[in-house]
Design a protein around this ligand. Structure first.
Ligand code: NAD
Length: 420
């Protein structure tokens, strides 16, 4: 089977939005390609005395709406096309959230699991030395992503500050609290998703207090979502899974006991007092809300017809294939797209940058209140756009509508700047 090129997929998604919204051809041509791709090779001294040459990238996709924004990935299978695709998706995510950033992404081909802490620090500093001239609080602002952590962001900020000769905490976000990180950042992705869910249930007449929920994945995104949905709304999470299997309980699962089961047995399926279920069964379970929070391509043409949830909240990136998207839409299932649902992380990153630039920090509640305002507005923008098209006789999915809102904003910014 032909390997799917992620950048080709990103271009095709743009093409289909461009067609529906009749996007100006000149804007479309600019938006099909990244503005800048930086490729670097840099040496790192290893613990055994050798020097290894590492290959990295930083892609600035579009900065018409503001500096680039996007994570840095440390991954052995990183490719420039993956980074380009992810930088395009960041452009749409930041635009949909209506924060003053363009899209960017970076990566280094490396296997962090085989590196000591010292090697990782030298790699992080070496990468910043190599790309330092292409980032900055007013240029392009990185953040953590796959296999990069707040500690790595701290080393990177420190290295950038040495190069700049002054303090610039806003060069990078996702930092530890003690050097300018934001309150509320740790669970911001799941928190943003909760505000979206609160709005979405109104469209289906579901009462969250009595709602039954299934969550696929018990990592950073899934576990916080599971915890928040029960604490904030009193909903029952009846099913949850990780890569080794899942657990079901009609009474509702308990967060602390799930953590304990994961620690003791290595999997949530070790939870006592429930019945085991497979990931396939979890996806197809009879619940009000399904939250895919694990990996991509989980709902496809072959199982979309069997989904029984009334709402699908895409907390993971790309959990649903385009074919499945159409099937869910035809079935009347409300599927909320990933770059709307999981935008809480980048929104709180934006708040971190604002606080750094001001030198004035907000308490957690203020961060969450501001997050709520922004994601609730994005939700409303998406459904208003869907309604506008419906009134014109064109049925579009929430994902199409989200693309239209995002692309239109970037196109207008480019037009104002005189790029076309
Ligand atoms: P993670 O690595 O912390 O957790 C992933 C979880 O998924 C683990 O519990 C793992 O066991 C489980 N999993 C893996 N394969 C599975 C399978 N086949 N079936 C069921 N479960 C499986 O990752 P994360 O940070 O929680 O991210 C999860 C998704 O959310 C990714 O798509 C990520 O891009 C997206 N996301 C996360 C954040 C964030 O802030 N963490 C932000 C935006 C998007």
């Amino acid at each position: 089977m032909e390997e799917l090129n992620p950048f080709k997929i990103a271009q095709e998604q743009l093409d289909s939005a461009a067609e529906i919204m009749k996007l100006d051809k000149r804007a479309h041509a600019i938006l099909r390609e990244p503005k800048r791709v930086v490729m670097v090779n840099f040496p790192v001294k290893m613990d055994n005395g050798d020097t290894t040459l590492f290959n990295g990238f930083r892609v600035l996709y579009n900065d018409a709406r503001g500096p680039g924004k996007g994570g840095i990935r440390f991954h052995p299978a990183e490719t420039v096309d993956t980074v380009k695709a992810l930088s395009a998706w960041m452009t749409w995510k930041c635009s949909l959230a209506n924060i003053p950033f363009g899209g960017a992404k970076g990566g280094v081909i490396c296997d962090t699991k085989k590196m000591s802490e010292g090697e990782l620090e030298r790699l992080s500093r070496g990468y910043i030395q190599a790309i330092g001239r292409f980032i900055g609080p007013k240029v392009d602002v990185p953040a953590p992503d796959v296999y990069t952590t707040p500690q790595i962001m701290a080393w990177m900020m420190d290295e950038y500050n040495k190069m700049a000769g002054h303090q610039e905490p806003g060069v990078i976000t996702g930092k530890p609290l003690e050097i300018g990180g934001s309150e509320g950042r740790f669970n911001s992705t799941a928190m943003g998703a909760m505000y979206i869910l609160r709005e979405a249930v109104k469209k289906r007449g579901i009462d969250l207090k009595s709602a039954r929920i299934a969550v696929q994945g018990f990592g950073n995104a899934g576990m916080f979502a599971m915890d928040l949905v029960t604490r904030l709304f009193g909903s029952k999470v009846v099913a949850i899974s990780d890569s080794t299997g899942g657990i079901y309980s009609e009474k509702g699962l308990d967060y602390q006991r799930l953590i304990a089961a994961k620690e003791k047995t290595g999997s949530v399926s070790g939870y006592e007092g429930g019945s085991k279920l497979t990931n396939e069964q979890l996806l197809e379970s009879d619940v009000d809300v399904l939250i895919p929070a694990a990996i991509e391509n989980q709902i496809t043409g072959s199982n979309a017809g069997k989904i029984r949830a009334k709402i699908v909240l895409e907390l993971a990136n790309g959990p649903i294939t385009p074919e499945a998207d159409s099937i869910l839409f035809e079935k009347g299932i409300l599927d909320l797209p990933d770059f709307l649902v999981n935008s809480g992380g980048v929104i709180v990153s934006y708040f971190e940058w604002v606080q750094n630039n001001y030198g004035y920090y907000w308490p957690e509640k203020e961060v969450y209140d501001k997050l709520d305002k922004l994601v609730t507005q994005s939700f409303s923008d998406v459904f208003k756009t869907q309604d506008t098209y419906k009134a014109k006789g064109t049925k579009i999915t929430p994902r199409d509508a989200a693309y239209i809102v995002a692309v239109d904003r970037v196109a207008k910014a480019m037009k104002s700047r005189g790029w076309y």
